[in-house]
Write a protein that binds this ligand. Structure first.
Ligand code: XIL
Length: 352
């Protein structure tokens, strides 16, 4: 790659010199060199590298171009959640997720389904259901969606964010209120029946390093395994701030203890905020690069960590700005140019 681009520059200089005489560097813009694909480096390390996407953007040539070049794993950012699939009771619409799955299949990418049971993106008609109906409808939803994508997804986030941030008990969602704690085990069992091949994950945030929340996640999945519930792994979302990332050694230790239960792990929704540090200054982008490099490096070094997924790839499209305010948390800037963060990830995947 590097040698090829040097050759290209030489060729350009020689060609221009021949045609138009000596030229100054200002009249010859530097050739655009594409960085090495992330997916090649990830593949060499035995990992998948993924991103969340929105189907409506796939036909934008810049968005599609960067996505297809760099990633071999994809998650629907929104379109495989319950609300977009079944805004009207009984009328399922899989068009968004189907478009993403078809795009991925045509390019040799794997797909992560996200998310069958989550307290957000729940259709409004679900909220008023009596307990018995909620049990029936949730189970039907899990089986219907997992069956629809059977054979086309590598993995599912079956239950997302079920642990509360205060006290780290189970979140007081409508699922827990009306169905009791067993809704989690039931969800995994139904997902396994509907798609016996897919890897089934529990996914959550703020439990990346050791601490109260990750202890609660560990205890939850340990007890599911002890009950014989089919669960294959834990997703660590990794929505972090460049100024306060979880320590590398702590994330490594947490991954290790989950792996020791026989589970896989992945980094499932990574982004690194710089907004509260003052935005995308060169110094902050350098801090961001080093956080990406260090935490992706933890997955690269952990055999049980099979994938790293970023929650988008261009700062032009990130949930962070609508949720937390102006920011630049991803690997490519809003013009799709690779940022220092991109090269931090590339270095981590290439074990540099
Ligand atoms: C967010 C998406 O980015 C938004 O586009 C959507 O409207 C709401 O959900 N944790 C998760 C993700 O598991 O599903 C969330 O994604 C971000 C936090």
């Amino acid at each position: 790659m590097r040698r090829a681009s040097v050759a290209a520059v030489l060729l350009l200089v020689v060609a221009c010199g021949h045609d138009r005489g000596p030229t100054s560097p200002t009249t010859n813009p530097p050739p655009v060199t594409e960085p090495d694909p992330l997916r090649a480096a990830a593949g060499a390390a035995g990992k998948l590298v993924g991103t969340a996407v929105q189907s409506s953007l796939l036909n934008d040539p810049r968005y599609g171009g960067v996505f297809a070049r760099h990633f071999d794993f994809v998650t629907a950012e929104y379109e495989m959640k319950w609300d977009p699939i079944e805004r009207t009771r009984g009328a399922e619409d899989f068009s968004g997720g189907d478009a993403i799955v078809a795009y991925a299949a045509a390019r040799g990418m794997q797909v992560k389904g996200h998310a069958l049971v989550w307290h957000q993106a729940v259709p409004s008609w679900v909220n008023g259901l009596p307990a018995a109906d909620l049990r029936t409808e949730l189970d039907r939803h899990i089986r219907s969606v997992a069956s629809h994508y059977r054979g086309r997804v590598l993995a599912w986030d079956v239950v997302n964010e079920a642990i509360d941030d205060n006290g780290f008990g189970l979140r007081d969602s409508i699922f827990r209120q009306k169905l009791g704690d067993r809704y989690i085990a039931d969800a995994f069992r139904s997902a396994r029946e509907a798609d016996p091949q897919a890897l089934l994950f529990y996914n959550d945030y703020s439990g990346e390093g050791l601490g109260g929340k990750s202890d609660a996640i560990y205890e939850l999945v340990r007890s599911l395994l002890a009950q014989g519930v089919p669960i294959d792994g834990v997703g660590l979302q990794m929505h972090v701030r460049a100024g306060a990332p979880p320590p590398e050694s702590s994330v490594a230790a947490n991954m290790r203890r989950l792996a020791a239960l026989g589970l896989r792990v992945n980094i499932s929704e990574m982004d690194v905020r710089v907004g509260d540090l003052g935005g995308a200054t060169p110094a902050n982008l350098e801090r961001q690069r080093s956080v990406y490099r260090s935490l992706v490096g933890v997955c690269v070094a952990e055999p049980a960590c099979h994938a790293v997924t970023f929650w988008g790839f261009t700062d032009a499209h990130t949930w962070i700005t609508s949720t937390f305010g102006p920011d630049a948390p991803l690997l490519f800037d809003a013009q799709y140019a690779p940022k220092p963060a991109f090269f931090g990830v590339l270095d981590a995947l290439a074990r540099r």
